[in-house]
Design a protein around this ligand. Structure first.
Ligand SMILES: Cc1cc2nc3c(=O)[nH]c(=O)nc-3n(C[C@H](O)[C@H](O)[C@H](O)COP(=O)(O)OP(=O)(O)OC[C@H]3O[C@@H](n4cnc5c(N)ncnc54)[C@H](O)[C@@H]3O)c2cc1C
Length: 377
């Protein structure tokens, strides 16, 4: 029989951007929290991610996901100030906006339609014909079929955001255990009462699974069919003291983000069949490089810094699971954020903390509910 090593109110499995955002908001609300991370904080999808706060560029239709993204994006300026104040770490919010370049007539039509509904929803979305684009950027970007400019879609530097969240959470009393995989759930009278690790048991009133692409595997241990699965993404960083443009340039299959620290991030592949393999490979990076240089020829002269690969936590409908698990007391999930976990980290932290402290949530969570998952045993 294992001994009890620790006890807490809320235990969070997973120290990515989602787990750390929830830990921070819960700690702010005065809740005692432990975060368990099997490797090091932010070392998985969060490290590989581009850091776009793409509430408009990533959403192709109005609906709950679009609204969640817009709400979350709006939280970042204040969150940046708060975290900077507490931890001294700056998430490097970068605000010039995103140009979504059309690649053909169909793409142009879809983007013009997107401009229509996003404007109707009260967002800024400005159409640039090729000559306007040339006026803005000279010969920098190869013009194609026009571009949609989204001035309010910003970006952050993921590792900095993660550090700022984790350091602030720690300052507020959160205990963080790295290199500590959760190995099983502790169950009492049908309810989740903690977790098992190699060092012993951690008792907790509530357990939140925020384990990214691994969340589905962990949930199976409790007979929960949670369709969260890995979708591999590869990308790379280039070194530059002065990026060729301050704007994010985004098109089909490739985007380029000049970072505040001078580096340029180029992403990203989307691979469903790679399973849990998280190694970058030459074919994907070569294809991405070719697309990036076609789009922005001056990138061709920049030196390589770092290849990246991560497993996005995919879900069947592309939307995250947020909330308690019907039929399993004490168990909560915050996972399946797929391509938008950085964007959605701020709102996820906030609503999960509201939920766990018995407050009305800032967003109606029905569309993100765990009723979409299924308990099979
Ligand atoms: C190439 C790429 C580009 C992307 N670009 C963007 C973007 O521009 N904007 C955006 O918003 N999102 C982007 N994303 C998506 C974003 O990175 C993810 O949605 C987000 O990082 C998910 O965060 P997470 O905390 O759920 O997962 P993760 O960061 O993967 O964290 C989960 C953590 O759980 C830990 N864990 C797993 N099992 C256990 C266990 N048994 N015990 C303890 N710990 C465990 C893991 O080690 C991991 O650290 C991108 C992703 C990729 C790969």
């Amino acid at each position: 029989m294992m001994g009890t090593t620790h006890q807490t109110d809320t235990l969070i499995v997973g120290g990515g951007v989602i787990g750390c955002a929830i830990a921070y908001e819960l700690a702010k609300a005065g809740v005692d929290v432990i975060v368990l991370e099997k490797e090091t904080l932010g070392s998985q999808s969060t490290r590989a991610g581009a850091g776009m706060l793409g509430a408009q560029v990533e959403m192709t239709a109005p609906g709950p996901m679009y609204e969640l993204g817009v709400k979350s994006r709006a939280l970042f300026p204040k969150l940046r100030e708060e975290l900077l104040d507490i931890s001294g770490i700056d998430m490097e919010l970068h605000t010039p906006g995103i140009f979504r370049i059309a690649v053909d007539e169909d793409d142009r039509a879809a983007l013009l339609e997107r401009q229509r509904w996003q404007t109707e929803c009260g967002q800024r979305a400005v159409w640039f014909e090729d000559e306007d684009l040339r006026g803005e950027m000279g010969d920098l970007v190869s013009p194609r079929y026009g571009a949609l400019y989204l001035p309010d879609d910003h970006q952050v530097r993921n590792p900095q955001l993660l550090l700022a969240l984790a350091a602030s959470a720690k300052r507020l009393g959160v205990r963080i255990f790295e290199h500590t995989p959760m190995m099983g759930f502790l169950q009492e009278h049908g309810a989740v009462a903690g977790v098992k690790t190699a060092d012993g048991v951690i008792r907790a009133d509530r357990v939140i699974v925020a384990a990214g692409a691994w969340s589905g595997l962990l949930a199976r241990q409790l007979g929960l069919d949670l369709p969260v699965f890995p979708v591999k993404g590869q990308s790379f960083l280039l070194d530059s003291y002065s990026p060729p443009t301050p704007f994010t340039i985004y098109t089909h299959g490739c985007y380029i983000l000049p970072k505040k620290n001078g580096q340029v991030y180029v992403g990203a592949t989307e691979e469903q069949q790679a399973g849990f393999d998280r190694r970058p490979n030459l074919r994907s990076l070569a294809s991405l490089s070719t697309q990036a240089v076609e789009l922005l020829p001056s990138l061709g002269d920049l030196p390589f810094s770092t290849p990246l690969a991560g497993l996005r936590p995919g879900s069947r409908d592309g939307m995250p699971y947020l909330g308690s698990v019907p039929g399993i007391d004490g168990l909560y999930v915050a996972s399946g954020h797929f391509r938008n976990g950085v964007l959605l980290s701020a709102i996820t932290g906030l609503v999960m903390a509201e939920l766990l402290t018995g407050k009305e949530t800032s967003v109606d969570l029905e569309a993100f509910s765990l009723k979409r998952a299924h308990v099979f045993g």
